[in-house]
Design a protein around this ligand. Structure first.
Ligand SMILES: *Cc1c(COP(=O)(O)O)cnc(C)c1O
Length: 394
């Protein structure tokens, strides 16, 4: 209850914090290191082990991870990065931080992930024009992995590096392999924002198999500094020596956050199971309604960050705005993911316009993310379903 006496509205997503999570953070507060201490390595190891990845680098956010990931891949002014228009702005902004250009690949109307056939056609055209991208950022929208097999084939053929934006997809898998496992991508990025699968408050991580990318990421995370002097450099002044080799940043995660992350990792299987149960429950309870429900590619297993429905214009005259407003009036805060990135004013100023990516625009016109998080109770989910039934019967 809040001051108005009404229960707080149901959010579309929120964190799940246990007493064990709290104790893990408090233990760091009582320890010698509250940043860059032993909890960082413990968290990195737990995620790397879960994914079977060689290296993991924890940073202050997925936005920071995408930035230093793009830099580590060598992205620079004059280069190009392609991503999906159906994403959070950070997937594209990382290219602009590096002074590179951005373009988008339209989405598949069923998965809402970037379309493999659009990618193939756009790469062929770019190869003919000499305008191939340096980096592709596939986004595993809602937790459903992109079709990485064909994407790796295409990118391999054209010499394009791959950085997966797996912000939604901790614990998801493609063809039976966990996202972040060795797969042919150069880098995989996770987000630990509170609405995502596990949280550190703010936080992100990069996974890679490549030793030199790993070294570069460690430097970029912390001012470009290293104690390992490169071969051929002047002899060290003394045991205190350190050298700045890159123009890096302070993108470090704190030990407080890492301890929370390591504790959340022990709960990840339970989080995933609950999200999958809730998604299957929505599938069943919403099946009779005139809604387009999330379609799953048979090669993928989603982590179910989001559950997106769209009113089916062939079966109902009720539109997304009416559903959004009607749910709000009933204390249910649905959300919209995403306004296509190319439609944002910043990107319009770069020359993008309505109609550039029609599938992403068509999808956006009806998209509505229903509440879905590990602590969502069946009774609250039933309330969402009943509200949709009432609104769609109107
Ligand atoms: C949340 C999110 C990000 C940014 O994550 P932060 O950790 O908040 O910086 C990037 N890409 C996608 C697809 C996201 O959903």
């Amino acid at each position: 209850m809040n001051d108005s006496g009404k229960p707080p509205p149901l959010p579309y997503g929120r964190q799940s914090i246990s007493e064990e999570d709290i104790a893990a953070v408090v233990a760091v507060l009582r320890s010698d290191f509250i940043t860059q201490g032993p909890a960082i390595a413990r968290f990195e190891e737990s995620v790397a082990r879960y994914c079977g990845a060689r290296h993991a680098v924890a940073v202050s956010s997925a936005t920071a991870a995408l930035h230093i990931g793009a830099l580590a891949l060598g992205l620079k002014p004059g280069d190009r990065l392609w991503t999906s228009p159906n994403s959070f702005v950070a997937s594209a902004n990382c290219a602009l931080y590096c002074g590179a250009g951005v373009d988008f690949v339209d989405i598949d109307p069923r998965t809402y992930n970037l379309s493999v056939s659009s990618l193939a056609a756009k790469l062929d055209l770019a190869a003919a024009n000499g305008t191939l991208p340096n980096v592709l950022v596939p986004v595993h929208f809602a937790g459903q992995p992109c079709e990485m097999g064909p994407i790796h084939d295409l990118c391999g053929r054209h010499g394009v590096r791959v950085m997966e934006d797996a912000s939604h997809a901790v614990g998801a898998s493609y063809r039976g392999v966990t996202i972040g496992s060795p797969s042919g991508s150069d880098l995989t990025v996770f987000s630990f924002h509170p609405v995502k699968i596990i949280t550190t408050g703010e936080g992100g991580m990069l996974l890679t198999e490549d030793d030199s990318l790993h070294e570069r990421l460690l430097r970029l995370r912390s001012h470009g500094l290293t104690r390992k002097l490169p071969p051929g450099s002047a002899p060290a002044d003394g045991p205190w020596s350190y050298a700045q080799l890159d123009l890096g940043f302070n993108y470090r995660m704190t030990d407080l956050q890492a301890a929370l992350g390591a504790s959340q990792m022990t709960r990840l299987p339970v989080f995933l199971e609950r999200r999958r149960t809730l998604a299957a429950r929505y599938d069943r309870l919403l099946a009779p309604l005139p809604l387009i429900l999330p379609w799953q590619h048979p090669d993928t297993r989603s982590s179910w960050h989001l559950y997106v429905v769209r009113p089916d214009p062939a079966r109902t005259g009720v539109d997304r705005a009416a559903l959004y407003a009607g749910l709000r009036a009933r204390g249910i805060n649905a959300q919209v993911h995403y306004i296509p990135v190319h439609a944002q004013p910043w990107y319009r100023a770069l020359g993008f316009k309505s109609g550039d990516f029609p599938e992403a625009e068509r999808y956006y016109a009806g998209a509505l993310s229903l509440p879905l998080f590990a602590d969502l109770a069946d009774a609250d989910q039933d309330r969402v379903v009943a509200a949709l039934k009432a609104l769609l019967a109107a």
